[in-house]
Design a protein around this ligand. Sequence first.
Ligand SMILES: [Zn+2]
Length: 94
Amino acid sequence: MLKNYTEVAVAEVFEEVLAQLRKQNPNICDCERCREDVMAVALNRLPPKYIVTDKGEILTKVSFSRVGGKAEIIASLIHGFELVGKHLRHQQGG
Ligand SMILES: [Zn+2]
């Protein structure tokens, strides 16, 4: 199965970064749409790293050294939250 390892790493630290940012700004939206927007921004800034996994294999321990370091991933996610926070695209109140 072809997988973008960068995506796995971004998903891995997503909650951590969100929790950190919420300490300063409790209003950060974490609806499905905003989460995906933030992930998209972060992933567009990071180089993809494709790997092939066996069918059904679950990547439990993320090796951040394979994707340029954890700090890089966190910085991209923070940028994503800032950008999405300024331009909310989700449907507010339907
Ligand atoms: Zn939202």
